[in-house]
Design a protein around this ligand. Structure first.
Ligand code: NAP
Ligand code: F7E
Length: 343
């Protein structure tokens, strides 16, 4: 019997790479999709015939219970979230509901379907659970690099909701003996990244400027430092976390630091342009509370999960620019991406 995985957020960047990876390992892969969302029009359109789908929403407890009951998964990957940080200042309650309470609802669905009641310590439920936690939980970090032992100081409602998701995951592990893990992943990108995130905003703009469709690129804080890796590498780590004997919390990143300015420079250089001629700093794009510097300490993950990133940041930026040059060249109608690129 193939192992069965249920992925929330399967239409997102990570969901698409994780679905591909699990299929390559021989898994039967199910995706939780929302209402009328049509996977055929999303990043996983190419995979639709290899996947199975179940309807549900992280805002709707009953739909999650039905989904888990129907799929009877061996592994649940909870990747669903409102993932764009600035959105969390505009719709703080919604982001808290989806990114925070949504985790509780998914854990409750697993608990109910597995028939676990408290106190139930020490008995592992059959279903293994992965929670997509985030380096945004470290926020204004007390130390650099950040490891599994670094304290949290989130700087946005997004980060605060992820801290709740992290601790409720840990709590269900401790309260009910659930095999529940939290992956504290640092920024990871790809040609499938949403156009509102800074790396993709840059790669799309560079492609459009090079091909004569755009004049300027408006950005916020160029000094922010991130540890950016390739999403395709990070989904391998998610899977590895669920194969360990004991559930735990893991930091995943590359250990390399770059500024937004570096990203801009690499991307413009790649097409032979000087970024200083095109980039405009726009104070409206600076966040109310910024996360200035993030960098992962991946000693524990590389030793215990035997995991290493394979793509460096310059390679990643160049991969994204190349992909966007092809895409911009192919498509004349770019309405949806342009709209998002106004963030
Ligand atoms: P993404 O591309 O924005 O995808 C988000 C996914 O969540 C989409 O499939 C979306 O579905 C789904 N979703 C949104 N609201 C939902 C709801 N109410 N119920 C069910 N599903 C819902 O995000 P990503 O980059 O793949 O990130 C995956 C996860 O990792 C997220 O939890 C994110 O917060 C976390 N994370 C990401 C990074 C990173 O750098 N990428 C780093 C750390 C943690 P629709 O298609 O229906 O909108
Ligand atoms: O911003 C700065 C911005 O939006 C990165 C999500 O996947 O990773 C992601 O969150 C940095 C910030 O990602 C612009 O101020 C400057 O310092 O690409 P981002 P993020 O906020 O780090 C974490 C780990 C997650 O969990 C999240 O889900 O870039 N920046 N100028 C800009 N950022 C954007 N978006 N747009 C700008 O114009």
């Amino acid at each position: 019997m193939p192992r069965r995985a249920l992925i929330t957020g399967i239409t997102g960047q990570d969901g698409s790479y994780l679905a591909e990876y699990l299929l390559s390992l021989g898994y039967e892969v199910w995706g939780l999709v929302r209402g009328q969302a049509n996977p055929r029009q999303s990043r996983i359109s190419r995979l639709v015939s290899d996947l199975s789908f179940v309807y549900g929403d992280l805002m709707d407890q009953a739909s999650l219970v039905s989904a888990v009951d129907k799929v009877q998964p061996d592994e649940v990957y909870n990747l669903g979230a409102i993932s764009f940080v600035p959105m969390s200042w505009q719709q703080a309650e919604l982001v808290t509901e989806v990114n925070g309470m949504g985790v509780l609802r998914m854990l409750e669905a697993i608990r109910m379907v597995s028939g676990l009641t408290a106190p139930h310590r020490g008995t592992e439920a059959g279903i293994r659970f992965y929670q997509a936690s985030s380096s945004e939980m470290f926020g204004k970090a007390a130390e650099t690099p950040q490891s599994e032992n670094t304290g949290f100081h989130p700087r946005s409602p997004y980060g605060v909701a992820k801290v709740y998701g992290h601790f409720i995951t840990k709590n269900y592990r401790e309260s009910f003996g659930m095999y529940a893990v939290s992956g504290m992943l640092f920024n990871h990108e790809s040609p499938r990244r949403g156009a509102e995130f800074v790396t993709r905003k840059i790669s799309l703009a560079v492609a459009r400027i090079k091909l004569g469709h755009q004049d300027k690129l408006h950005l916020g804080n160029l000094d922010a430092v991130r540890d950016w890796g390739f999403a395709g590498d990070y989904v391998r780590a998610m899977h590895a976390m669920l194969q360990q004997e004991e559930p735990g919390d893991w930091v995943i990143g590359t250990g390399a630091m770059h500024t937004v300015r570096d990203a801009v420079e690499i991307a413009f250089d790649h097409v032979g342009l000087d970024w200083l001629d095109y980039v405009v700093v726009d104070p409206d794009l600076v966040r109310p509370a910024e996360v200035e510097i993030l960098c992962a300490d991946i000693k524990r993950a590389s030793a215990a999960l035997n995991w290493q990133p394979t793509v460096t940041f310059p390679e990643l930026m160049r991969m994204m620019v190349d992909s966007d040059i092809q895409q911009v060249g192919r498509e004349h109608e770019f309405g949806d991406l342009l709209l998002a690129a106004n963030w």
